[in-house]
Design a protein around this ligand. Structure first.
Ligand SMILES: Cc1ncc(COP(=O)(O)O)c(C=O)c1O
Length: 370
């Protein structure tokens, strides 16, 4: 009996051609590779909140830990109720995801077939092309304007075959941001048989005046899916919890293709607690703003071009980024190369604590001169 399977014939061509998502390098992996003490390594590679989670979230996890022999609430009643109250929508408009990544996948699962098209911007979040290709659909990448989304060109790229459009606001890895009025006008211009995913994973890092309040648009736009995350400003990346808010009919379809228990009970409990901790989010936003100033100034002193960022990360021009990335690793600093985004001369650095930012700047100064 053969022990191997004929993947060439078993899996569709578009699955075999998928290039797996490359995550930020884990601290323990670098520690193993270089024989370093993990405690000495600084990871600024995955846009996580450097503060650690809200104490309220940790307490909620501890309280929920005794009940993990039971399956979680597959409908996420309490978390949906909290989100519905917060954003003044009905619980039936909410879809919970195993991270907001899951929400993006659910949209492609529900709406894309081979032959369909999904539109997204050049340099936009890597999961859009991946999730599109995994469905055998065709990704239509629209050239960026000043590194950001060119909404007029994206509108022009919509054809009768288009079923989904992805808009990241702010975008990762460029940190670019679109004013709410421009996004709203774009959504209004898109035919109602095309789903617009407005990916707001970094929304809470925006200054309140910059935040779009896009859930309030849903009454007008039945084709809009607003996607948000607990991984970034809420500090819960490891728990994998995010959500989509949309029209009830769209939420119903997304829930049909969702795994029954896609968000675990600890994640649900922690997310409810984190959502209520406004002070934590506010402090995180302030810490991030200060870190952006610190990093921008430090990188400026090193003569580096930095893109203005509305997220919790910066894109910095370093030249031979693959080489500088390796040099930084050897100094125990993990950042993110973004050649896979068509940006081979840039590195993306997540805003860390002030001392972590300093470590990165010092390591970069040396890496750039050797
Ligand atoms: C723009 C954007 N959207 C979505 C995600 C997915 O985040 P998560 O699945 O942790 O919610 C990320 C993560 O980096 C992101 O940068």
């Amino acid at each position: 009996m053969s022990t191997s399977v004929e993947t060439a014939t078993l899996a569709p061509d578009y699955v075999r051609r998928l290039a797996p998502y490359v995550p930020g390098k884990p601290v323990d992996e670098l520690a193993r590779e270089l024989g370093l003490d993990p405690a000495t390594i600084v990871k600024l590679a995955s846009n996580e909140n450097p503060r650690g989670p809200s104490p309220r979230a940790i307490a909620a996890i501890a309280a929920a830990a005794g009940d993990i022999t039971r399956y979680p609430d597959g409908n996420g009643f309490a978390l949906k109720a909290a989100l519905a109250a917060r954003y003044d929508v009905d619980a039936e408009q909410i879809v919970l995801g195993n991270g907001s990544n899951d929400v993006l996948e659910l949209v492609t699962h529900a709406f894309l077939r081979p032959g369909d098209e999904a539109v997204y911007a050049q340099h936009a979040f890597a999961v859009y092309p991946l999730a599109t290709q995994a469905r055998g659909a065709t990704g239509v990448e629209v050239p960026a304007r000043s590194f950001g989304h060119d909404l007029a060109a994206m509108r022009a790229a919509i054809t009768p075959r288009t079923r989904v459009v992805f808009v990241a606001n702010p975008n990762n890895p460029t940190g670019t941001w679109l004013p709410p009025a421009a996004v709203q006008a774009f959504v209004a211009s898109v035919p109602r048989d095309v789903i617009v995913v407005l990916d707001e994973a970094y929304n809470e890092y925006l200054a309140p005046a910059e935040q779009a309040n896009a859930t309030a648009w849903l009454a007008e736009f039945p084709h809009l899916v607003v996607s948000r995350s607990f991984s970034k400003a809420y500090g819960l990346a490891a728990l994998r919890v995010g959500y989509g808010v949309t029209a009830p009919a769209v939420a119903d379809l997304l829930n049909r293709v969702r795994q029954p228990f896609n968000v675990n009970s600890l994640a649900q409990a922690a997310a409810i607690a984190a959502l209520a901790d406004d002070a934590y989010v506010e402090e995180s936003r302030a810490l991030n703003a200060a870190g952006i100033v610190q990093l921008t100034a430090g990188l400026g002193k090193l003569g580096r071009r930095v893109l203005p960022s509305h997220g919790n990360f910066l894109l910095v021009h370093v030249g031979d980024a693959a080489d500088v990335y390796q040099r930084l690793l050897r100094r125990g600093v993990i950042v993110r190369p973004v050649a896979n985004y068509g940006l081979p001369e840039y590195l993306r650095v997540t805003v860390g604590l002030p001392a972590e930012n300093r470590r990165f700047l010092d390591a970069l100064a040396i890496a750039l001169t050797r």
